[in-house]
Design a protein around this ligand. Structure first.
Ligand SMILES: *Cc1c(COP(=O)(O)O)cnc(C)c1O
Length: 436
């Protein structure tokens, strides 16, 4: 213990939305983090509305010159208030389940605002999607194509279909669990099968082939994988049109834009947009983008309180009230999240920052140089607006955390902390046996 702290994390410029230190105290926009912890308790996710708007507007502006639609990937952060905020900006949504469709509808999205993705859609979910009038269903297999044709037939409608192509390109991102467009992955239709499946789609009576789609992975920081994948996707547009497809109007280039978790460079949105626009020039399509992480990751922190400190086996531990059930990314993806003290103590320590869950894999950071925070101190786990709360669970019967949205100098609780009663609501201790 005892080296002095030189930096205390990224600083937002005055007036800019974000997480600045003001008088030595971390704020979200203009609201002091301790005030939020006081009102909502810990652990609590805190989101800056201003950062979400900024990210959306940056991406939208980068594509301003061409027809495009931004469909926010709901699974990154599914909170109704976040969805509503993005809807007010003009976003659509990209959903992967009936539950996400329900959320999108609750938040006020119309059917036409919805793109339906996912590798294992249920008949029930396809019924719900067609009843809602979704803009397009991104189909990932021949089996799904046949099921969708049947469901559309039952409903007496023609379903708008895009084929999700697996472009089979190498993706160089931080973890294999977030690569989805390499040869042999479960996602999409294998590249060599697409032309044939497109003919099949066009031959089915209750489908219209309106687009091609890809999503090659997440946290992609370089242009190269997009470049390679887009070239292949564009070649398929030409091929499928030459085969007689007349209604192809959407080219969905997926999500995956990287954000900066540490010192690494985030995706260059200008470069990305310029590349996509160049690769699709003259194609006469509306581009669809499905960003998740890019829009919300940097907008969020997880506020947590230090419960205890201890030394064991020559190691320092900082034990926090947030665990892997609240934030799964460190243990699941070996993901790095910066951890900053809300009121930096001026001293540093190298420690494992760990949660209360009974698993050795329950950590927020390992061997991390961090604030020498005493019990009772507040920490902010940074860049947790994406795949944070949406991946939270009740493991160890821990109620899931609260969520708070900040807008300028105001904040609102947008998800109440779960209560013990919520944990057992669906369970039965006295049983109604049925004859088997
Ligand atoms: C998860 C997902 C996205 C969003 O990915 P990000 O890396 O968060 O941008 C987009 N499209 C599909 C089909 C997805 O499954």
């Amino acid at each position: 213990m005892g080296e002095s702290v030189l930096t205390a994390g990224a600083v937002a410029a005055p007036g800019e939305p974000g997480f600045p230190y003001v008088d030595g105290v971390l704020h979200c926009d203009a609201v002091p983090a301790p005030a939020i912890a006081e009102a909502a308790g810990t652990p609590t996710y805190v989101y800056s509305a201003g950062v979400i708007r900024r990210q959306y507007r940056r991406l939208d502006a980068a594509f301003a010159g061409v027809p495009h639609r931004i469909h926010y990937s709901v699974k990154a952060n599914s909170n109704l208030a976040v969805l509503r905020l993005l809807q007010a900006e003009g976003a659509g949504v990209d959903i992967v389940s009936g539950g996400e469709l329900y959320r999108a509808r609750e938040a006020g999205f119309a059917g036409g605002d919805v793109v339906f993705s996912g590798v294992g859609k249920l008949a029930r979910e396809l019924h719900e999607a067609l009843a809602a009038g979704v803009r397009v269903v991104n189909v990932e297999s021949e089996g799904e194509l046949l099921l969708l044709d049947r469901v559309a037939g039952e409903r007496g409608v023609v379903a708008p279909v895009a084929l999700r192509v697996n472009p089979e390109v190498a993706v160089d991102n931080p973890h294999e669990y977030i690569r989805t467009g390499e040869k042999g992955h479960k996602f999409g239709i294998p590249f060599d099968d697409v032309a044939r499946v497109a003919r099949e789609a066009r031959a089915l009576p209750n489908l219209t082939l309106v687009g091609l789609d890809m999503h090659i992975g997440s946290q992609i920081a370089s242009w190269e994988p997009y470049d390679a994948a887009l070239a292949r996707l564009v070649s398929l547009v030409v091929r499928v049109r030459a085969d007689g497809a007349r209604d192809l109007q959407y080219l969905d280039v997926g999500g995956g834009l990287a954000v900066s978790y540490d010192e690494e460079a985030p995706a260059d949105v200008q470069r990305f947009a310029a590349g996509v626009i160049e690769a699709t020039r003259g194609l006469d399509v509306t581009l669809i983008l499905e960003p998740g992480r890019y829009l919300v990751a940097e907008a969020g922190i997880l506020l947590t309180e230090v419960l205890f400190r201890k030394r064991s086996g020559g190691k320092e531990y900082v034990i926090t009230d947030a665990g892997m059930n609240d934030l799964l990314r460190p243990s699941h993806y070996e993901a790095f999240h910066r951890i900053d003290a809300v009121r930096p103590s001026g001293e540093e320590v190298v420690a494992d920052v760990v949660g209360p869950v009974c698993e050795s894999g329950d950590f927020l950071a390992l061997d991390r140089r961090t604030d020498d925070a005493a019990p009772g101190a507040l920490l902010a786990v940074r860049t947790t607006g994406a795949y944070g709360f949406s991946m939270a669970s009740n493991y160890n019967s821990r109620p899931r955390p609260a969520e708070v949205l900040v807008d300028g100098d105001r904040f609102a609780v947008v998800t109440e902390r779960e209560r013990y009663e919520d944990l057992v609501r669906q369970e039965r201790a006295s049983l109604e046996w049925r004859a088997g």
